[in-house]
Write a protein that binds this ligand. Structure first.
Ligand code: CP
Length: 291
């Protein structure tokens, strides 16, 4: 079982992954007694995805290997395929990869152990979407009919791209918003101040300076004033509406410091749920290899 993008999974399969994640959150125990090994190959920086994946593996009683590209033979020109093949050859049962190249997994067709993607370039972030979905389902109890806005650097966000596809398939109404320079054709847009009162979920995104030459026309203060979630905007949201952010976040830019931990914020619950969706995927991938 590979997990590269959620568009490869049906709505039923996605709900089954969330059900299993919920079981782990409610105390389901699995212990592989150090008989299974998971390797983490993060070619791009990560804190949440990398370490919550590793925590998930440790919770399941797996051993882990953490690869460091900067001190590896990647520096001698070794290809992605050859690097990943090595981690298969030395006995890992599952490999988790994040890479800055969109669809990097297309280069890995000869790998025989399951690969779980921790994100590919600006393309997909399947485990982030799953933890977002788990957090939404926990709060509302369903997906159908919910109105969701994703706000910020849409063009460079694999979270926006992944979530738009899967959320619509699950019956949510999804809108994009944010600065003109980060817009992407083909998505429905709504001005930020128009959507604040209408949405059930407002998901804020970080400006991804590392993915583009800085073409931002706005100062930090201007961004915050026009697109930032302030307490004044929080107070205009529906009673049951929630605020999400994949993090890392820029306090005082897309989100005010006091909003990060306000009642409507589910940001830290998203991080918490990340461990359970990753436990579910690791468990499914390992069990799948036993078939
Ligand atoms: N949300 C997320 O992917 O965070 P990291 O980049 O820290 O993994």
């Amino acid at each position: 079982m590979n997990v590269f993008k959620l568009s490869d999974f049906s709505c039923e399969e996605i709900n089954a992954i969330l059900d299993l994640a919920e079981e782990f959150k409610n105390g389901k125990q699995v212990d592989y007694h150090r008989q299974k090994s998971v390797a983490f190959l993060f070619f791009e920086n990560s804190t949440r995805t990398h370490y919550s994946f590793e925590k998930a593996a440790l919770n399941l009683g797996c051993v882990t290997q953490n690869f460091e590209a900067a001190t590896s033979s990647v520096q001698k020109g070794e290809s992605l395929y050859d690097t990943v093949k090595l981690f298969e050859c030395i006995g890992n049962d599952v490999i988790v990869i994040r890479h800055s190249k969109n669809n990097y997994f297309d280069d890995l067709k000869g790998i025989r152990v399951p690969i779980l993607s921790g994100g590919d370039g600006t393309g997909n972030h399947p485990t982030q979407s799953l933890l977002d979905l788990m957090t939404i389902r926990e709060h509302f109890g369903h997906f159908k009919g919910l109105k969701v806005a994703i706000v910020g650097d849409i063009a460079h966000s694999r979270v926006a791209h992944s979530n738009y596809e899967v959320m619509r398939r699950l019956g949510m109404e999804v809108y994009m918003s944010g600065p003109e320079e980060y817009r992407e054709e083909g998505y429905p847009y709504m001005p930020f101040d128009e959507l604040v009162e209408k949405m059930d979920v407002i998901m804020l995104l970080r400006v991804q300076h590392e993915r583009h030459a800085s073409n931002m026309q706005l100062t930090t203060a201007q961004y915050h004033e026009r697109y930032g979630m302030t307490m004044a905007r929080v107070n205009r949201m529906k009673d049951q509406a929630i605020i999400m952010h994949p993090a890392p976040f820029n306090r005082g830019v897309e989100i005010a410091d006091e909003v990060v931990e306000c009642d409507k914020s589910r940001i830290f619950e998203q991080m918490h749920n990340g461990v359970y969706v990753r436990m579910a995927l690791l468990y499914m991938a390992i069990e799948d290899t036993k078939q």
